[in-house]
Design a protein around this ligand. Sequence first.
Ligand code: P6P
Length: 346
Amino acid sequence: MNQSEIIIPESSLDRDCTTLSRHVLQQLQSFSAEAQDLSAIMSRIALAGKLIARRLSHAGLMEGVLGFTGESNIQGESVKKMDVYANEVFISVFKQSGLVCRLASEEMEKPYYIPENCPIGRYTLLYDPIDGSSNVDINLNVGSIFSIRQQQGDDLEGEATDLFQNGYQQIAAGYILYGPSTMLVYSLGHGVHSFILDPSLGEFILAQENIKMPPHGPIYSTNEGNFWQWEEPFRDYTRYVHRHEGYTARYSGALVGDIHRILMQGGVFLYPGTKKKPEGKLRLLYETAPLGFLVEQAGGKVSTGSENLLEFIPSYLHQRTPVILGSIEDVELVESFIQDHLKREN
Ligand code: P6P
């Protein structure tokens, strides 16, 4: 067959051209300035993902990637070198963008302002630059989590208190999973869609649209090492899945990978509060609210155990909440143990 006869199926060419920025415009069905801004923001997030993926792929071969910095962050956690790098990447990709005025990160106590953007940039990026960074040194999957909110008001006091709103105020949310392939999963509130980084193109290419979770799945994902610290309902739930056929435990210690598995295969992820830390470990604004937004968009449910997590309003930037997240039937099974316990108490 000569060159002129080589037919590239339109579908495969069209698919290779369905980049993230194009998909955003398709999702919004608009070429307005706001749609273009969101498309540009997602492109910058994709660039951050590419830079972080590149660094991770050389982790064992270059200085300054593995190991700890010797510092602790606002969370009181030991900071990994990769945490610092990834945090800086998100700041750098948004400089001179005119798009994002403020960044709120797990790694920074206060919101970071990009002054040249603030006169016109009305968006705020909330992010966990590298979630599960303890996995970096053992070459297991890690992720970045992001959430985009519209600035409300003038933030004259420079504390970004307008961010303390419920999860439904998120304009976009998603994560980047650094695994065997680098995957970006996002939602603008019109379904959940995944993209895979094609290193030969340097582009995230559409992989799956409108991902839907099954109403039930066999997986329960939690750190059972905390069993002795949990309130009774969570112990009762754990005893239930131990005693009933059809359940399997999967837990990597890296939130993005654990949630991606639940999103794709169904089941439930839970990080309850403990007697010592009733609010739990995971942070609302840049971990569980963006992930909960995705899961609900995919037909699942997200709860703090006592209310819809997406309706929870934080009092401060790094607020934590307990989280139960996943397939509706599985989240409601966990909630049923909480409700039974409350009935017995009253
Ligand atoms: P534990 C990683 O440190 C992280 O923030 C999440 O990625 C993960 O789900 C959780 O903490 C693991 O916490 O207490 O089970 O080690």
